[in-house]
Design a protein around this ligand. Structure first.
Ligand code: PGA
Length: 251
């Protein structure tokens, strides 16, 4: 049986109080863990609130949305991996498309972040995905493979044991236009081949981009899709619980 990962990316929503209320409401809907794994990526200020609200549910992951690669120092506004871990994070998103395209994060910076996350023993969730114009030019495979190899450069396969990759086509994020299960599966297969060659054949590959309770089952029906990374539809506890519940009958 596959263990899928349902990851909620709250982006710049949900402060500590709202986060506590969210988890309390979610727990009413999902009082016990289902067959698959769930993880929340709150804003950094809410990590501790989420982690504390879930101390008796250790199977549920808590992650940070972005990190700096240095452990500490004069980096105003930044959050390091050890700081996030102290707040309760055990996972970290790396290279989300908004980091790349809104904040201008480079592939080299992403690689440094990924290394810092791996060396600290947290689970990295590396996001890759093409722009619409790249897809239209037929460059999707080349783009995601370039992003994958750039992020993992210099790491040994032994360091990639906990790695998760999320394929998130930029044109599908927050647009209501998700990739078809076939399109997602095709890109996942390309990533899978590359990960096998890199010595990380077990890496879970998530799909992200306008996932909701209505389309998640058809995406997860594909063997190539090992879970989902959900933004907008993860901001409401009942909507999120409904998405997670779709996994209960998938084995
Ligand atoms: P979305 O965002 O579900 O709102 O499209 C997904 C993501 O950015 O991770």
């Amino acid at each position: 049986m596959r263990t899928l990962l349902f990851a909620a990316n709250w982006k710049m929503h949900t402060g500590p109080r709202a986060a506590r209320e969210f988890i309390a409401a979610y727990r009413l809907d999902r009082p016990t863990d289902g067959p698959h794994q769930v993880a929340f990526f709150p804003p950094a200020v809410s990590i501790e609130a989420v982690a504390q609200a879930l101390t008796d549910r250790p199977a549920i992951g808590v992650g940070v949305q972005n990190v700096h690669w240095e452990p500490k120092g004069a980096y105003t506004g930044a959050v390091s991996v050890p700081l996030a871990a102290e707040a309760g994070a055990t996972m970290a998103l790396i290279g989300h498309s908004e980091r790349r395209h809104v904040f201008g994060e480079t592939e080299e910076q992403g690689a440094r972040k990924l290394r810092a996350v791996v060396e600290a023993g947290l689970t990295p969730v590396l996001c890759v995905g093409e722009l619409l114009e790249e897809r239209e030019r037929g460059e999707t495979e080349a783009v995601v493979l370039r992003q994958l190899h750039a992020a993992l450069a210099g790491l040994e396969s032994a360091q990639l044991g906990s790695l998760v990759v999320a394929y998130e086509p930029v044109w599908a994020i927050g647009t209501g236009r998700n990739a078809t299960p076939e399109d997602a599966a095709a890109v996942h297969a390309v990533l899978r081949t590359a990960l096998r060659e890199l010595g990380a054949p077990e890496t879970r590959i998530l799909y992200g981009g306008s996932v909701n309770a209505g389309n998640v089952a058809s995406l997860l029906a594909r063997d190539e899709v090992d879970g989902v990374l959900v933004g907008g539809a993860s901001l409401d506890p009942a909507a999120w619980a409904a998405i997670v519940a779709r996994g209960d009958t998938i084995h």
